[in-house]
Design a protein around this ligand. Sequence first.
Ligand code: DGT
Ligand code: CA
Ligand code: CA
Ligand code: ZN
Length: 581
Amino acid sequence: MATNADVLAMLDELATLTTLDEESPQSFKVRAYEKARLGIEAHGADITALSAANLTKIDGVGKSTASKIREFLDAGTVTKLEALRAAYPPEFVRLSKIPGLGPKTLKLVRHELGVEDLDGLKQAITDQKLRTLPRMGATSEAKIAKAIERLGLTGKDHRTPIAEALPLARRLVDDLRAMPEVHAAEYCGSLRRMSETIGDIDVTVASTQAAEVMAKVRAHGEVSELVLSGPTKTSFLTPSGLQVDVRVVDPSQFGAATLYFTGSKAHNIALRQRAIDRGVLLNEYGLVDGDEVVASATEQDIYAALDLQYVPPTMREATGEIQAAAIDNDDARFPDLVELGDIKGDLHYHTDRSGDGRSSLADMVAQAAAKGYSYLAITDHGEDLAINGSTAEQMLEHRDNIRELQEQYPEMTILFGCELNIGRTGGLDYDDDFRALFDYTVASVHSHYDESQADQTARVIRAIEDPTVHSIGHLTGRYIGRRPGIELNIDKLLDALVANGVALEINGALSRLDAAADVVRRAVDREVKLVINSDSHHVSELGRMEYGVRTAQRGWAQRDLVINTWPRADLLAWVAGRADN
Ligand code: DGT
Ligand code: CA
Ligand code: CA
Ligand code: ZN
């Protein structure tokens, strides 16, 4: 039953809890779990049938970790993990996500002040007790208070970054779909709409055997604590404290249910009003006209019955999408949205030439070719990025390797590129002549996050105006829920992109999703060119492209604005033209 993904999740949890237990993320055990996780990820093939001895043959998997993996696969859980879970309940583990509250401090906070959860921590801050601990003071206490506020970690309002919620929801839905009683399963709610942070995960299941499905959900490995256990609805908390609602509906009503539970609430209300205006009723069971069910099995049926084009989940925010989708409205202009299948190449892509790259050039290129891409830009970090960057000499050698590899891939043009660093005042790596040697560049901010809005805007615009720059990568440098991005005057910035013909990246890494959907929507209004990238650092990361595409859709991005949907000849002409400017 368990899959590689379940094993990876188990190792991840072991690493998190062991960090708390050993009071250090650098402990030997934590590093062993993390190395095993990376090794299994890189290994790729199914490991669930391997013996403990054969598991140790995978790169990074030691003897003790191998036996834990085997125990997990055979018994469904690991004794060590159960013990750690008992010692560190989800409400406590959640505290470890607060910057400034490392495992050592957490242990002190727990043992000296009796803090067990967020409410306890906030009380300790109010009582000014945190500052009385060794190595703490009023400043670090204030920092932690601010971090709690900034992360939105306030009781029921706690929101989870999408990077944490989406992989979990995907695993859960995959497990549900594998059950013989289940016809279909979908995660809904804010997650399906691609919101950046998620209140809870809403899963809708189509089955005629609700009791069996509910029993299996209650026994699922992600359940740490049951919140509600009903005949057709189960709510539980995961080990990290995230709530999941699973609802079972009859397969004939699956469309109406997923539509309702995907929301947004405002979109639902507007849809229901449109139904009422047409003399029919819409609810979570279907679209009904008197006693007759007009549509309920699929979302497509329901939109069609309301004379609407299908509205993808990412656009359901009641910001004009219903008017745009109305077939009976002559002024309606529904965007010809970019879709994953339109993507013809990746233009922000690392190899182990970058200090933080984890797969070889040959492997990264092979993976892109296997996706059927017609073009690819290798954009390892420029020299100004500490540790991870490459010198001019190293880049020239890299170029030789890329040109040599190109011969094996006649179907895919490999561009020799670079991810340039936008310096504090907008300067870039290398000198002008050397930068001109790159076929393609993405320029990004990797430092100095705290300057004023005016300075940051001028800084990025200076990079946009540089003739060797093709695109701006992860615009603000934010990490959702962890680090706010730089502050920018978006209007000025978009004007500069248009004036200079530079493309704006939508970075598909779930922790970034940068430029954000609201910025994308404003860019689309001005016809700024867009580029959607995976920013892969490993062969397992190309799938992020899908999240970039969904973020672009959330910003109403139409296909022809996205340069990496263009045919190869058009893209190469644009890339060369930009360099001639
Ligand atoms: P979240 O969980 O805070 O990130 O946001 P959502 O959108 O997932 O909201 P949630 O979990 O409270 O509810 C899931 C969906 O159920 C929501 O998007 C729309 C639907 N829904 C919930 N409450 C209402 C309601 O009062 N009226 C209508 N029309 N729909 C509702
Ligand atoms: Ca939700
Ligand atoms: Ca919910
Ligand atoms: Zn990058």
